[in-house]
Write a protein that binds this ligand. Structure first.
Ligand code: NAP
Length: 486
């Protein structure tokens, strides 16, 4: 291990099943790399269907006791987990930056927000209310209660290796469910470190399990096994659709947090400095590898040139480098597929007439670095308009009026996040209503918080994580009709 952690026990290279740290049955491991240096960070067990089945059995057994623990006590355990995460924030951030590449300041922020989700859902555990329903007959009492859905399978991506797990597991555990998690193979160590702290916090054996390895086999077992009653997935729309289809065979509930193609609209009447500040945060955080990243930056004709110049000044100040170096504000991309995809989209745009105002090519400080890029003169016939870029590239489109901006913004099968900037209060309401998205930032480029519902419509997903809605995804409503004696 090339990390200097204060608590070395947080760096785990084994999976976590039924409270035990275990290797794959075959003994096989695969390496995990640091994307900034291409160094091997460590190994990860290469597990498949048999280990996943065992993890599900452990979760099923643990469910019996966990769902009976009173909500206040489950909340206390979750709160201990949250506190331990905050106590070990620096080590967790180091692990995340090493495996994912993001700047340390962003990793620290992600650890804090992950703890925030756990704290929020620890509180929500106590608020899973049922209701009474006025009955038509005197001899009846009608009521509903909410009960945990059962064993939950969670599949997460590499771009937010801790937050995605906190956002799924803490509401599931708070509701009284047990979970089996498959983290992304690029970033298993953040997940395993969280599991080590969950164990220390007193989360009972089998309540939280992590399997690492072959996505196809693990996913097939999770979706086919009748003991799993819910799949919560974050990742691409393509994979989400496949998993939904497989879940249909056992009629599992699903929550899907999928891809996006976020418009970021700047109207003539916008505060341009504010819009630039927010587009920087929305576009370049995590090297542009977020599902809510500004993907299509649409600027009204009257302010197009001024906005482009101001954005270029800001983008030229970005410091690119390995995320653990001081002052670095943009790290590498996750792997060579990501570099190839981003570079291909930029080349296609340049070939079709766009101009690179800033950047426009890979950066030669390592294999996975890409120059922060601003493209002008971008049009709808370029691939960059339709595809999720997932890289530090800001394409600028020009539009004439509000109707055109809304039509362009909505002309996608995605519907996750949208942003716009305007100082006209009438327009702020009109556009907020007209955008076909699950989340809208009106004069804001940031959206996510534990207190608010996160999720998309159309092909961006089903369900909401966070806020008062997040825990409902893991609860079933049971209606009880109590007959009374006269
Ligand atoms: P991905 O390819 O869909 O992978 C996501 C996870 O699914 C990984 O753990 C992956 O493991 C696993 N997976 C892939 N095929 C599977 C299968 N057949 N069965 C079971 N698991 C399978 O997505 P990604 O490229 O890693 O992540 C980026 C995508 O996630 C983007 O589209 C982004 O917009 C989306 N995202 C959405 C949100 C949201 O909240 N809406 C948040 C973050 C990211 P392997 O890598 O081992 O295949």
């Amino acid at each position: 291990m090339c990390l200097s952690l204060r608590d070395k026990s947080l760096f785990r290279q084994q999976a976590f099943i039924g409270g035990n740290w275990v290797d794959a049955d075959s003994g096989r491991h695969v390496p995990v790399y640091n994307p900034a240096t291409n160094d091997v960070l460590g190994q990860m067990p290469w597990m498949g269907a048999a280990e996943t089945r065992r993890a599900i059995e452990c979760a099923e057994q643990a469910l019996v006791g966990w769902k009976k623990i009173i909500a206040k006590d489950r909340a206390t355990i979750l709160r201990r987990w949250c506190n331990l995460i905050l106590e070990h924030k620096e080590d967790l951030a180091q692990i995340m930056t090493a495996e994912q590449g993001k700047p340390l300041s962003e990793s620290r922020g992600e650890i804090t927000s992950s703890a925030g989700y756990i704290e929020w859902f620890a509180e929500e555990a106590k608020r899973t209310y049922g209701e009474t329903i006025p009955a038509a007959n005197k001899d009846q009492q009608l009521l509903t209660i909410r009960q945990p859905i059962g064993v939950v399978a969670a599949i997460t991506p590499w771009n937010f290796p801790a937050q995605m797990i906190a956002r799924k597991c803490s509401p599931a555990l708070a509701a009284g469910c047990t979970v089996v998690i498959k983290p992304a193979p690029q970033t298993p160590y953040s997940a395993l470190a969280l599991a080590a702290l969950a164990q220390e916090a007193g989360i009972p054996d089998g309540v939280l399990n992590i399997v690492t390895g072959k996505a196809g086999e693990i996913g097939d077992e999770m979706t086919a096994n009748p003991a799993v009653r819910k799949l919560s997935f974050t990742g691409s729309t393509v994979v989400g659709k496949v998993l939904m289809e497989k879940c249909a065979l056992t009629v599992k509930q699903v929550s899907m947090e999928l891809g996006g193609n976020a418009p970021f609209i700047v109207f003539d009447d916008a505060n341009l400095d504010l819009a630039v500040r927010h587009v920087m945060a929305s576009k370049f955080r995590n090297s542009g590898q977020t599902c809510v990243c500004a993907n299509r930056i649409m600027v009204q004709k009257g302010v197009y040139d001024e906005f482009a110049s101001k954005l270029a000044v800001a983008v030229n100040k970005i410091q690119v480098g390995p995320g653990n170096e001081a002052d670095v504000t943009l790290g590498p991309l996750i792997d060579d597929r990501a570099i190839d995809k981003v570079d291909g989209l930029v080349k296609d745009a340049l070939d079709k007439g766009a101009k690179a105002l800033v950047g426009g090519a890979p950066l030669d400080i390592g294999e996975l670095f890409y120059k922060p890029t601003v493209l002008t003169g971008v049009t709808q016939n370029m691939q960059v308009f339709h595809k999720e870029i997932f890289g530090p590239v800001a394409p600028l489109y020009c539009f004439e009026d509000e109707d055109e901006a809304i039509a362009l913004a909505n002309s996608t099968r995605y519907g996750l996040a949208a942003y716009f900037f305007s100082r006209d209060v009438g327009r702020v309401w009109r556009v907020s209503e007209a955008l076909e998205y699950g989340m809208v930032g009106a004069n804001s480029g940031t959206l996510s918080s534990e207190a608010t519902p996160f999720g998309g419509i159309k092909e961006s997903g089903i369900g909401r994580e966070g806020g008062k809605y997040g825990i409902q995804e893991f609860l079933e409503i049971k209606y009880i009709n109590m007959g009374l004696e006269e």
